[in-house]
Ligand binder design. Structure first.
Ligand SMILES: Nc1ncnc2c1ncn2[C@@H]1O[C@H](COP(=O)(O)OP(=O)(O)O)[C@@H](O)[C@H]1O
Ligand SMILES: [Mg+2]
Length: 183
């Protein structure tokens, strides 16, 4: 099954959560001019040791003894490569990791974004102590979702309440429509 981008983001963010991050930022930048679709996931977790960085995008290596092929970074790299893009990792032990995936914006093999609103809301609701930021920029504008700001707006109500989750998902989708994100 081909994954959409939101599913990839869910996978990559799980790595950040496992790495003990308290701040996780997902940024998407669409450039019609350069025909690029840039996805950046930044965390302040424990980082990846230098000697592991090259290995983690190789589907035949893992820190565990078995690996479900198709999970995580190697699959994201394969997807980015297939659209004329690339995957880059920048990490410093003790201070965090940046995963940078570039895709061809109009490339036929770029998977659609999928349900990013539902993904971000689910991540936020399941990890109330982590601050999530989601930014999306297109030629039509920029939208930013920040759980710190959301929590202030909610005045004590929890992001994990079903009605709040529904409301946030709708709010994000409405805002993404305004900036005309690509499918
Ligand atoms: N953001 C991150 N912070 C720290 N370590 C990471 C991060 N992302 C990946 N890693 C390391 O790289 C390994 C490979 O990640 P991944 O490809 O998602 O496969 P998996 O999570 O199934 O092991 C992880 O097990 C972890 O050791
Ligand atoms: Mg993983």
């Amino acid at each position: 099954m081909m994954k959409d981008l939101a599913m990839h983001i869910m996978d990559i963010v799980q790595n950040s959560i496992s790495a003990g991050a308290t701040l996780i930022q997902v940024s998407i930048n669409e450039s019609a001019k350069d025909d690029t679709y840039l996805l950046t996931i930044t965390d302040n977790g424990k980082g990846i040791p230098a000697e592991m960085i090259e290995k983690v995008t190789d589907p035949f290596v893992t820190s565990r003894t078995t690996r479900k092929v198709g999970l995580g970074l190697p699959l994201l790299k394969q997807h980015a490569d297939s659209t004329g893009g690339s995957l880059k990792l920048e990490s410093k032990e003790g201070s965090g990791t940046v995963v940078i995936a570039t895709f061809g914006l109009t490339h036929f093999d770029r998977q659609p974004l999928g349900d990013i609103a539902g993904t971000m809301v689910l991540l936020a609701a399941a990890n109330l102590k982590i601050r999530f930021v989601y930014e999306h920029t297109t030629p039509d504008g920029e939208y930013r979702f920040d759980t710190d700001e959301v929590n202030e707006m909610l005045e004590g109500m929890s992001i994990s309440e079903a009605s709040v989750m529904r409301f946030l998902k709708e709010m994000i989708n409405e805002n993404l429509k305004e900036i005309k994100i690509s499918g």
